[in-house]
Design a protein around this ligand. Sequence first.
Ligand SMILES: [Zn+2]
Length: 97
Amino acid sequence: MKNWYKINNHDKNICGNCEVEFEGLQTLDHHSTRCPNCNIESIWFYFERGRTLQIIPENAPKEFLAFIKWSQKELDELEFLELIVSFEEIARAINKS
Ligand SMILES: [Zn+2]
């Protein structure tokens, strides 16, 4: 299965598709942009502690893609951020249990 996500940090981003490092993400929101090297459609998110998450829609499970499309249509940036923060809260609790 192809990579459908990649976790990086904001100072050093390596594309999950082409594995090429690039600097300076211009836009970090829940709308699609493209990898500056291989041009694959990507969505980048900021997480706490300077981490970034790249989602590659064409490789993602279709259920996850449906969720992403729903969020792009229904949520603005702030609402989406709230959603991510909530997921992070749950993930932290799972990791502690
Ligand atoms: Zn790439």
